[in-house]
Design a protein around this ligand. Structure first.
Ligand code: FAD
Length: 376
């Protein structure tokens, strides 16, 4: 039996690799000029610009299975976050590494911080949002000052839109591993995995499944395209996000930490990404990556970003803005179980909207769809 995988994001790559490893004949069709989907990087004038700020968690189970981290020159990021508060910058880190720092921070009481640990260990309660689940655990001011602004940048939506059980699993997954980036940019992950796929057709958007009669097909495109190809009426709901890249002279910002603010701001986070991985900028510049969920003008975004860093807008040179449509699937607070990836005879579906909005979720969904297609 021969197989076709449509879409060369992490889900499609993972599906193709699973089939290839099982000894099957598989062709991967990708619409754009390279593999990787949402995990790609652009290389412009000595800067590495990821298509939206994202980190890779070396502890993800699928990345461990694929043994890819040693191949990508992985550089760990700091586990401490800086929160801009009306009283100055407050650092909050992984309690396992900085036990006293977490508890000394003025962002919430001791019992509110303990409540976060309790939340992570609690049994999941269904049909409740992540916001309600965290507040019900007693996280109070700590939720408002730190968890809300930080997690908004993780889920790229307000936390009342996120299912509590799903949210807890995503939070646990990055509490447990080391986050970071390859020295050649996030896209190096896709490049390393994509290089393992033997039969790839780039620049080949698939218009119809009718082209593949007699073959088993895995549709691993974005959710909208999948709906069209499969003739489905419903499309999974997604967030849109915006990432601005600016550069400033080297040495002005020395922090390697992700920065969020406890104040109301359209910018959800900002980071001097080349202080984490120096290859992201030329030696004499620092690259700043800042994310918003709002379609701000470049002017408005820069004013807000400058406030994050207590600098003047004129200190920043604009490089590029990315609008990332359908950045992440939204899993609303409803109980959902694992469903089959088979759509109809010989046709299967994969993608992060089927499992979890993460690199791990995409890889897992691809592997599961491939395994199900093999089993049929
Ligand atoms: C801004 C941002 C930040 C993120 N942060 C993190 C993070 O920190 N940690 C984390 O784990 N995850 C993060 N994610 C999520 C993660 O990147 C995604 O969940 C994952 O990459 C989705 O992979 P996918 O294969 O399901 O879909 P996609 O990557 O969207 O791949 C779909 C592919 O299908 C192709 N395609 C579409 N139509 C066709 C067609 N007709 N024919 C052929 N090919 C087609 C597309 O070109 C694309 O390559 C982030 C995502 C974004 C956007």
């Amino acid at each position: 039996m021969s197989y076709v995988v449509i879409g060369g994001g992490l889900a499609g790559i993972s599906a193709a690799l699973t089939l290839q490893d099982a000894g099957e004949e598989v062709e991967l069709f990708e619409a754009s000029d390279d593999l990787g989907g949402r995990v790609r990087s652009d290389y412009i004038d000595g800067y590495i610009l990821d298509r939206g700020f994202q980190l890779i968690n070396s502890g993800y189970s699928e990345l461990k299975r694929l043994q890819v981290i040693p191949e990508i020159d992985f550089c760990k990021s700091e586990r401490t976050i800086d929160v801009v508060t009306p009283f100055g910058i407050s650092a909050i880190g992984d309690p396992r590494l900085h036990p006293l720092q977490a508890f000394k921070s003025p962002l919430g009481s001791l019992s509110e911080k303990v409540a976060v640990l309790k939340f992570l260990g609690d049994k999941p309660n269904s049909n409740i949002s992540l916001r309600d689940a965290l507040l019900a655990s007693g996280t109070g001011d700590f939720y408002e000052n730190l968890l809300k602004p930080f997690l908004k940048g993780v889920f790229l939506t307000d936390l009342e839109n996120v299912d509590g059980t799903y949210g807890r699993e995503i939070i646990k997954s990055f509490v447990l591993g080391d986050s970071g980036l390859p020295r050649a940019g996030a896209g190096a992950l896709s490049a390393a995995l994509g290089a393992r796929v033997e039969n790839v057709h780039l620049n080949t958007p698939v218009q119809s499944l009718a082209d593949f009669g007699g073959k088993r097909v895995i549709v691993a495109t974005d959710a909208k395209t999948a709906s069209t190809l499969l003739g489905a009426n419903e499309v999974a709901e997604h967030t849109t996000s915006y990432t601005w890249y600016h550069s400033i002279p080297a040495g002005v910002i020395t922090s390697k930490r992700l920065r969020v603010t406890s104040a109301v701001s359209p910018i959800v986070n900002s980071i001097a990404i080349s202080n984490v991985v120096s290859q992201y900028a030329p030696d004499d510049r620092t690259l700043i990556s800042s994310t918003s969920l709002e379609a701000l003008s470049d002017y408005a975004a820069l004013n807000e970003i400058a406030k994050f860093w207590s600098l003047a807008p004129s200190d920043f040179s604009p490089l590029r803005r990315y609008e990332i449509k359908d950045a992440l699937p939204i899993f609303r607070p409803v109980s959902h179980g694992v469903s089959s990836s088979q759509v109809r005879e010989g046709v299967f579906i994969a993608g992060d909207s089927l499992s979890a909005g993460s690199q791990n979720g995409a890889l897992l969904s691809g592997r599961l769809a491939a395994m199900e297609s093999l089993a049929h």
